[in-house]
Design a protein around this ligand. Structure first.
Ligand SMILES: [Fe+2]
Length: 137
């Protein structure tokens, strides 16, 4: 199942750094779960909201852990990454202030997570990991 609301977790999304891959995969799993429970006729709104809240927390923690990892490894991509992650954090924080149904905010959280995985991970995270691997050689 891959559409605007889900992501198929496969090898193209792996960075090769186990701790980051584990976190990315968990984020993908929860983003997919939000969609899965949305299309379940018996779904309770609270269930979706609770999971979106968890996903948001998970993303926030991940953004910090990932830049710490790049910093620890003294990668040049670190500063750009801090900036890019801050943009994602700001987007997530902005959701709290928007005047719209909480269920829509939950789906927007899913969208931010998927955008992160489908775009940022492929274009930015992989560049950093390439830099790390080049350093190790
Ligand atoms: Fe990143």
């Amino acid at each position: 199942m891959d559409n605007l609301w889900t992501i198929i977790w496969d090898d193209t999304l792996l960075t090769g750094v186990k701790e980051l891959d584990k976190l990315h995969e968990a984020i993908a799993g929860n983003a997919n779960k939000i969609y899965a429970i949305c299309i379940n006729p018996g779904t309770k709104e609270e269930e979706i909201i609770k999971l979106a809240g968890f996903l948001k927390q998970q993303l926030m923690i991940h953004f910090d852990l990932e830049v710490d990892f790049y910093k620890k490894n003294k990668l040049l991509c670190y500063e750009r990454h801090v900036f890019l992650h801050q943009e994602f954090k700001d987007e997530l924080k902005k959701l709290d202030k928007l005047n719209m149904p909480i269920i829509v905010k939950a789906l927007m959280t899913n969208q931010i997570a998927l955008f992160y995985l489908k775009n940022h991970l492929i274009e930015e995270d992989k560049k950093c990991i390439k830099e790390l691997k080049n350093k190790e050689v």
